[in-house]
Design a protein around this ligand. Structure first.
Ligand code: UGA
Length: 436
């Protein structure tokens, strides 16, 4: 099928390349010339395992092209809207400027029978606002939310755990759902759940899923706070409750909490939308979820300060990690960089290292020191804090080796990812989050 993907950021670039890899003819469109130039040259503008390979394959096959010219969308059977919906500068709500601009630019190129599939994360009710404009052209609007995780984006796109398509009732909606079945034919053939809903449900599925994940993380972080005053161990607690299949162990990783371009902004936008709908109290708990999350960053800072005897002023602190999570170079709302910045604010001499995110972090956090080489970053440190659970720190860093580099054997494990017993055995003072 011929497809267009409007917006070539994280979501759009991955979607375009993944759709080409399953045999479609795809044009990716974006207003950012630099991004389009990079993608056209087969270069991924961000770190995502496997993306450079499928970009190169798609471009070489001739099935994948990128352009800034919206006219290239003409003739595609399905147009995916994959632009960003960031948090508004002066509030918590989602900023829909890019969605509206993409739709306006696309309108002149739509033909009767085309399907416009919204993938961006939007406040519930957005498709109802967009539909009249789109459907006046004879095209049909569906909402097809995306659940990909950074670092696993290709796998999540090609082999998702479910596909959700929200359609308007009637023949056009049913036909559009069939068109999307054809788009996702390999997944449909593998019987991956394909849920057809109404459009508000599909919009809500996405924000509800992210709100649930954020709540799960803050739940275990709240338990970490209780563990800290009772001498309990939150990681054992998580293992024990996680064995209950109704609860499940995944996303019960206590530590410095969630960040990134999705969970924080999505729970805030959801709260703002619920307020607009007169149902603010229904998701009032999300404010608490946000507050717990931010408190864990402060807790990590307090642990470093206490371990260094009450002040970090002019102490050398090495921060292992900058990305908001491993397998990513994304530093948007990175809890680790927030911790590093707070320590710097208290007068610490902070050195940050990360296997993928240093270039991005240096641009936004010029006040921090950055070192590419892990061992060089560790050399002479008075304390070390792990903020991103990269394998480079979790598995590959031997506590005995690290002990030989630092000035002070103090380690704060902001992700509860180190083997505490092994670090203690190598002479380290080990501090976890919510662990004795
Ligand atoms: C999240 C969702 O997981 C995806 O399903 C969704 O499609 C995506 O947002 C989106 O809306 O686009 P992502 O932002 O890539 O994906 O990151 P997650 O893997 O969800 O991790 C989010 C944050 O939670 C990270 O900072 C991670 O370190 C933290 N986290 C995760 C914990 O603190 N504890 C855990 O147990 C798990």
């Amino acid at each position: 099928m011929k497809l267009s993907v409007i917006g070539c950021g994280y979501l759009g670039a991955v979607h375009a390349a993944a759709m080409a890899s399953i045999g479609h003819e795809v044009v990716g469109i974006d207003v950012d010339r630099r991004k389009i130039a990079a993608l056209s040259g087969g270069e991924a503008p961000f770190f995502e395992p496997g993306l450079p390979e499928i970009l190169a394959d798609g471009i070489a096959s001739g099935r994948l092209t990128f352009t800034t010219d919206m006219a290239a969308a003409a003739g595609a059977a399905v147009h995916f809207i994959a632009v960003g919906t960031p948090q508004q500068k002066d509030g918590n709500a989602a900023d829909l400027t890019f969605v509206n601009a993409a739709v306006d630019a696309l309108l002149p190129h739509l033909r009767p029978g085309d399907v416009v599939a919204g993938k961006s994360t939007v406040p519930v009710g957005t498709s109802a606002d967009l539909a009249p404009r789109i459907e006046a052209t004879g095209a049909t609007l569906v909402w097809n939310p995306e659940f990909l995780r950074e670092g696993w984006a290709l796998q999540d796109t090609i082999d998702p755990d479910r596909i959700v398509v929200g359609v308007a009732s009637g023949a056009a909606g049913e036909r559009a759902a069939d068109v999307l079945r054809e788009v996702y034919h390999p997944a449909v053939a593998r019987s991956i759940p394909f849920l057809v809903t109404d459009r508000p449900t599909a919009e809500l599925v996405k924000v509800a899923a992210n709100a649930f994940l954020a709540t799960k993380i803050s739940f275990i972080n709240a338990m970490a706070e209780i563990a800290e005053v009772t001498g309990a161990d939150v990681t054992q607690l998580a293992d024990a409750i996680g064995h209950d299949a109704r609860i499940g162990r995944r996303f019960l990783g206590a530590g410095i909490g969630f960040g990134g371009g999705c969970l924080p902004k999505d729970i805030r936008a959801f709260s703002a939308r619920a307020e607009e709908l007169g149902r603010g109290e229904s998701v009032a708990f999300l404010r608490e979820v946000d507050a717990i999350n931010l408190r864990r960053r402060e807790r990590a800072v307090q642990l470093v300060v206490a371990a260094l005897g009450g002040t970090v002023f002019e102490k050398r602190v090495t921060v292992l990690g900058a990305a908001f999570k491993p397998h990513s170079d994304d530093i948007r709302d990175s809890p680790g960089l927030d911790v590093a910045t707070q320590l710097r604010g208290l007068g610490a001499l902070v050195t940050v290292t990360d296997p993928a995110a240093i270039d991005n972090a240096r641009r936004t956090h010029p006040q921090l020191g950055f070192v590419t080489d892990r061992d060089e970053a560790l050399t002479g440190a008075d304390a070390v804090i792990v903020v991103t659970e990269w394998d480079e720190y979790r598995r590959e860093l031997s506590p005995a080796h690290a002990a030989g580099l630092v000035a002070g054997r103090i380690v704060v494990d902001g992700r509860n990812c180190l083997d505490a017993a092994a670090w203690r055995a190598a002479g380290w003072e080990y501090y976890g989050m919510g662990r004795p």
